[in-house]
Design a protein around this ligand. Structure first.
Ligand SMILES: [Cu+2]
Length: 324
């Protein structure tokens, strides 16, 4: 059945189905779902849209980043991969480099970046939109057909905490399927002491209907529900911890909060020119980021959450083990 539709025709089909998402989603939701039915072996939000796509599980293909002074060359790969989004729950993802989120891209202000996107996905075009870049989207954030590569050049002139994501249509689906990550652009000079963690908040859905109607099954930090509850982050009393937080969405706002702590500094989008002090919770819109510094006063176990607590119940919490 896969071979009966040519690839370009299938892209058109995907686009046409995207235009009629409500119809597809509704049809899917009204189909018989007996209460006792076993959950699918691999969760797949694309539902009817994926009828001609079998979930692939391509090998991990790590990013390469080579620096020569301020000349940075990055090779990034798009592919399909089965990932784990909660204990025992596998998800048919579309990825950068085989992971959700994709790799963190660390840059310095002023870096002259050449990024080559290699689309290893045999079924679909993909692309990349870098919030850290200032370039014409129609010339740069364009589809890369299966098996092809495309080069984007930009200068990382603005320091901050940025999102990158696939921009191929339907964008909602390409993002929710896992095609996003963080770009951290450091300003010149020494950074604050202590560890830097990069929690990327995002949602996973079990159907197109739930994706369109904002009913995620899981809301997570760095790709897996509650992953930092069993494997906590580490910090020391009195030593500032830097969280470069990105909210990849695609739909929910993040209300980033650390239980038992006050956010010492908050820089919206990571901007060094905008620094707030002593806040309790910081709102991060889908597609935005923040650089947040926390100083823990007492040893113990602390939780970081989105204070939209419905999403905590869906997996958006992690822990920090603070030692003396
Ligand atoms: Cu994509």
């Amino acid at each position: 059945m896969r071979g009966t539709i040519t690839r370009p025709a299938r892209w058109l089909l995907l686009g046409a189905l995207a235009a009629g998402l409500s119809a597809c989603g509704t049809a899917g939701a009204t189909a018989a779902h007996p209460a006792a039915a076993a959950p699918p072996a691999v969760m797949d939000s694309s539902g009817p849209m994926n009828m001609n796509l079998k979930p692939l599980n391509q090998p991990l293909r790590p990013m390469t980043l080579v620096r020569n002074g301020n000349q940075v060359t990055i090779n990034l790969y798009t592919e399909q991969r089965i990932v784990t989004v909660a204990p025992g729950v596998r998800f048919a993802a579309w990825t950068f480099d085989g992971t959700v989120p994709g790799p963190v891209i660390h840059l310095r202000q002023g870096d002259d970046v050449t990024l080559v996107l290699h689309n290893l996905d045999p079924d679909m075009p993909h692309s990349i939109d870098l919030h850290a870049a200032q370039v014409a989207p129609n010339l740069n954030y364009v589809d890369v057909p299966p098996g092809q590569s495309r080069t984007i050049r930009f200068v990382a002139s603005v320091p901050g905490v940025f999102m990158y994501h696939c921009a191929t249509q339907p964008g909602l689906l390409h993002m929710e399927k896992g095609m996003y990550g963080a770009v951290v652009v450091d300003p010149p000079g020494p950074t604050a002491g202590g560890p830097e963690y990069v929690p990327v908040q995002s949602e996973f859905y079990d159907s197109m209907n739930s994706l369109l109607n904002g009913a995620p099954t899981y809301v997570v930090f760095n790709g897996e529900a509650n992953r930092y509850m069993s494997a906590p982050l580490h910090a020391q009393v009195g030593v500032p911890v830097r969280f470069a937080v990105v909210n990849a969405g695609p739909n929910d706002w993040s209300a980033f909060h650390v239980i038992g702590a006050i956010l010492d500094t908050v820089q919206p989008s990571g901007s060094p020119d905008t620094v707030f002090h002593d806040l309790q919770t910081w709102t991060i819109a889908p597609g935005d980021g923040a650089l947040i510094t926390v100083v823990f006063r007492q040893p113990g176990t602390y939780k970081f959450v989105t204070h939209a607590f419905r999403d905590v119940d869906k997996g958006a919490e992690g822990s920090v083990l603070v030692s003396d």
